[in-house]
Design a protein around this ligand. Structure first.
Ligand code: SF4
Length: 336
């Protein structure tokens, strides 16, 4: 195929990249230990740190073949580091950051190149149209503008701009990288070489979890919310109003988007980008409107109310939470 070294460096997840590495006959332990590849190791660390910090990996200048080689080798190394941290959160964040990086570059490519990359992911793209089954597989259809009814379709093919096709490819890349990382078992050598970074990331992620958990008291949630969380975690199909109630409640008690995402991440059909979009819409982070937690009367009409004794004294899930919290704090003070 017509990928040159510069293209492989920009899109290191393509099959051609694997072939190139194989042809070079360079073993992984060389890339890990040889001083010649120090730059590749540093760039791998940078990739992971940028994914963690900014949610996207910035491009690095590629001026010659050596730059390209270092960039290509940094990609598998970064993946091995991420897999070694053993954090679902980091895997998802890194996969999305790599996919966004690719999207930013793809937008600048001509249509024949975009078509080739799309084919790598099994998408049938030709002359600015894509088969609707591929469209539905990768389009962010939770966004109105991507709904099929808002698209021009002819004989089963949807018309798209280059940028829009690149957006579908972004989703395909994210999904590929994420799935590969979930099942990756890095060699112990990775921990020896990148041990400090891996330990730091692990600590950071654990510290984040503890900090959040301290501010929120799950045991004080009202029964309707506990039931919804249980249903989401056990993979049950929770109706839209149930998800809405859960997100508004968690947001009102100070949970971050990441906290809420974590709950939904247990659901089998979890799609991080889609869920993030929905959460940020409901919590006003992208819509500008913060939706209020529904009252008990409304939750009751949806069939989601499962009252206990304390519920007799409240008409709103937030009152329940505050009341129970206060009660528990008072009983703790008495013990002390
Ligand atoms: S009464 Fe209110 S707080 Fe209690 S379970 Fe029903 S909706 Fe939730």
């Amino acid at each position: 195929m017509e990928f040159d070294l510069f293209k492989i460096a920009r899109y290191p997840f393509v099959e051609e990249a694997k072939k190139w590495v194989k042809n070079e006959k360079i073993e992984i332990h060389e890339v890990l230990n040889d001083p010649v590849y120090e730059r590749a190791r540093m760039r791998a660390v940078e990739r992971v740190k940028e994914a963690m910090k900014y949610g996207i990996i910035k491009d690095t200048p590629l001026l010659n073949e050596i730059d390209c080689m270092m960039e290509i080798f940094s990609y598998p190394l970064a993946r091995l580091i991420v897999a070694s941290v053993e954090s679902e959160y980091l895997i998802r964040r890194y996969a999305l950051a790599e996919a966004k990086k690719a999207y930013e570059n793809l937008k600048k490519e001509d249509s024949s190149f975009i078509q080739k990359i799309a084919m790598e992911f099994g998408m049938e793209v030709k002359d600015g149209v894509i088969h609707f089954s591929d469209y539905l597989k990768y389009a962010p259809t939770w966004d109105m503008k991507w709904k099929l009814i808002n698209r021009v379709m002819e004989k089963g093919y949807v018309k798209l701009s280059n940028e829009e096709i690149a957006r579908l490819i972004q989703e395909a890349i994210r999904s590929k990288i994420q799935n590969e990382l979930f099942y990756m078992f890095p060699p112990p050598e990775i921990n020896k070489i990148f041990g400090e970074l891996i330990a730091n990331l692990k600590n950071k992620l654990i510290a984040k979890e503890i900090k959040r958990a301290e501010g929120i008291s799950e045991k004080d949630y009202p029964p309707c919310i506990k039931n919804l969380i249980l249903a989401v975690k056990s993979g049950m199909n929770v109706p839209h109003v149930g998800r809405f109630t859960l997100v508004t409640f968690l947001n009102a008690i100070g949970a971050s988007t990441e906290d809420i995402l974590k709950i939904f991440s247990n659901s089998p059909d979890f799609n991080e980008e889609k869920t993030r979009y929905q959460i940020e819409h409901i919590t006003g982070r992208i819509s500008g409107t913060v939706y209020a937690v529904p009252k008990c009367a409304t939750i009751r009409t949806w069939g989601l109310c499962h009252p206990d004794e304390l519920c007799k004294r409240v008409n709103h899930p937030l009152f329940y939470y505050r009341l129970r919290r206060r009660k528990n704090e008072l009983s703790k003070e008495k013990v002390l």
